[in-house]
Design a protein around this ligand. Structure first.
Ligand code: PBG
Length: 327
């Protein structure tokens, strides 16, 4: 009798065996690149809190979008940084607003080579930095915000966005935007619901990326980090309201929620590897403390393994290049 009877190490005995036995795969079409476009700048501006990322001009955005299409990734998620802001975020649904102008330019540039997506939220456009409009007392007014989201959704669809990323965490936002889209004939425009979007520190570097005006926090609308069951409730509600895709965000710190949501719904589930996750790896790699490429690939594989069908990641184009060259 031989001992041990089971030798799981056989499954790891060579690179060829490991390749054949891999349970999870990463392909470029599963990656979505978030991009920032800023109004009124002559040259792209580096985002110091996110080394390697920049705020684009319209021209540099077009070029980068074409490169991303060339790299074979699945989509782009556009964020706009306006020059002027007000209390209701008027730039968000203005056809001449930076995000809508950029969306039209990118849609023209890439056509159907990838899915052009837009962040649907007011925080970049309001002078107080909140994701919605405020009551006289300063609270975020859920139902008046829904009216703004309906207008913003229509403006984005008209500009040529294929998929709207509803990231504001207002109750009823999916149903409200779906209704507005359908009433105007945009029945093919997809809705991605940022369903389980947790408040917290991991969005820190993004504040610089969009020149955020926020003081305080988003804890009355984004989810509370201790709560996992509630993430499921949010995802199920969004599916009921008509979300085509649901998302968990941030990614690595919330893999438990991601795995739960994957089990509970039958629509695609995405994850957003957010700015803080990006910057931590870049900082450690910049100091020579970790192997940058291996860490990025480990993190993306972990997010896939936990159940993400696609991943929003600032490394989308670079990782697609590594994948194409054989990992
Ligand atoms: C809201 C929005 C945010 C992010 C994506 N959409 C900011 C926030 O909720 O505070 C953060 C993404 C990241 O940190 O990479 N428009």
């Amino acid at each position: 009798m031989s001992f041990p009877a089971r030798r799981p190490r056989r499954l790891r005995s060579s690179a060829a065996v490991r390749r054949l036995m891999a349970e999870t795969h990463l392909v470029p079409s599963q990656l979505v690149l978030p991009m920032f476009v800023r109004e009124g700048i002559a040259d792209p501006q580096p985002i110091t809190s996110m080394p390697g990322q920049e705020q684009h001009t319209l021209d540099s955005l077009r070029r980068a979008a074409a490169e991303a299409a060339e790299a074979g990734i699945g989509g782009l998620m556009l964020f706009g940084v306006p020059a002027v802001r007000d209390a209701v975020g008027s730039g968000a649904d203005d056809p001449e607003g930076i995000l809508n102008v950029a969306t039209a330019a990118v849609a023209e540039e890439v056509g159907d080579a990838l899915v052009v997506q837009t962040d649907l939220c007011l925080d970049e456009f309001t002078d107080h930095g909140h994701c919605g409009v405020l009551t006289p007392g300063g609270a975020v007014d859920n139902d008046r915000t829904l009216e703004r989201y309906r207008a913003m959704g229509l403006a984005q669809a008209r500009a040529g966005s294929h998929l709207l990323g509803l990231s504001g965490m207002m109750d009823g936002q999916v149903e409200a935007v779906r209704d507005a889209l359908d009433a105007e004939g945009f029945t093919d425009t997809l809705i991605l619901a940022y369903s389980a979007k947790y408040a917290g520190a991991f969005y820190g570097p993004f504040r610089e990326a969009v020149d955020s005006q926020l003081t305080g926090d988003r804890r009355t609308y984004q989810m509370d980090p201790p709560n996992a069951r509630e993430g499921l409730v949010e995802a199920l509600l969004d599916v009921e309201e008509g979300a085509d895709v649901v998302m968990v965000k941030p990614a690595l710190p919330y893999l438990d929620v991601l795995a739960d949501v994957r089990q509970a719904v039958d629509v695609p589930v995405w994850a957003y590897q957010v700015s803080g996750e990006y910057s931590m790896v870049e900082a450690a790699a910049g100091n020579g403390w970790i192997d940058r490429r291996a860490t990025i690939l480990d993190s993306l594989m972990a997010i896939r393994r936990a159940g993400a069908d696609a991943i929003l990641t600032y490394w989308a184009v670079e990782a697609a290049g590594w994948i194409r060259s054989g990992l």
